[in-house]
Write a protein of this length. Structure first.
Length: 211
């Protein structure tokens, strides 16, 4: 039986878009106004974990496709890099998608999607576990595709006879219906008070615009 360490070294992994939409539906914020470092520190402090590193992953639209969000994410990622957050981003890939309108009509819209972001996050979590870089991998996401990572981390724990925890953190509120964290992980629920205590005071939106 692996011995649980007294001091639990922790790396935080943020799925930027997943957290944004969760906070939008839970708390009503129309843009990603969270500070990843503050959130990671807040969760680790409540659990008595030692935060070693914070990693952030997101897709970013090209300026010609979505100038508002391209400007926003470029500026926010630049600041995160300056304060020590390790960031990973890729340009969004676009495809046509048919949607239903009121009255039964249909139209085709161009929709951007992230390609490779969740894969990169998953690979980094597995690598951190394999290389004994942390005792706790804390994922800010509710993406159930990441439940397979839990199986890999558990296998590494058994193979190395080492205690490793995989946890996920996500917003909760009476208005947000998604109450599940990532399967096979420990869940940490972020309430409104905790989230609001971890807001980023900087506004990266272009002047005179709104999302």
């Amino acid at each position: 039986m692996p011995v649980e360490p007294t001091l639990k070294r922790t790396i935080a992994f943020f799925d930027g878009q997943n957290l944004f939409y969760a906070a939008k539906y839970a708390f009503g914020y129309p843009w990603p106004n969270y500070d990843p470092l503050k959130l990671a520190r807040a969760v680790c402090q409540t659990q008595g974990w030692q935060l070693l590193k914070t990693c952030f992953y997101t897709g970013v639209p090209r300026p010609d496709d979505e100038p508002f969000w391209s400007h926003f994410w470029t500026a926010k990622l630049a600041h995160m890099g300056r304060v020590g957050v390790q960031t990973f981003s890729r340009h969004l890939k676009y495809r046509n998608q048919t949607v239903n309108l009121r009255g039964g009509q249909m139209t085709t819209v161009l929709v951007g999607s992230e390609k490779g972001i969740d894969v990169r996050l998953a690979l980094d979590v597995v690598a951190a576990a394999w290389n004994n870089a942390c005792d706790v991998a804390l994922i800010f996401s509710q993406d159930q595709d990441l439940s397979e990572v839990a199986d890999e981390v558990r296998a590494i724990s058994m193979r190395q006879n080492r205690w490793i925890k995989l946890a996920c953190a996500f917003p909760v509120s009476p208005t947000y219906n998604n109450t599940r964290g990532i399967n096979k992980t420990d869940w940490f629920r972020i309430d409104r008070a905790t989230y609001d205590a971890c807001l980023d005071p900087r506004d990266y939106r272009p002047k005179g615009t709104s999302p």
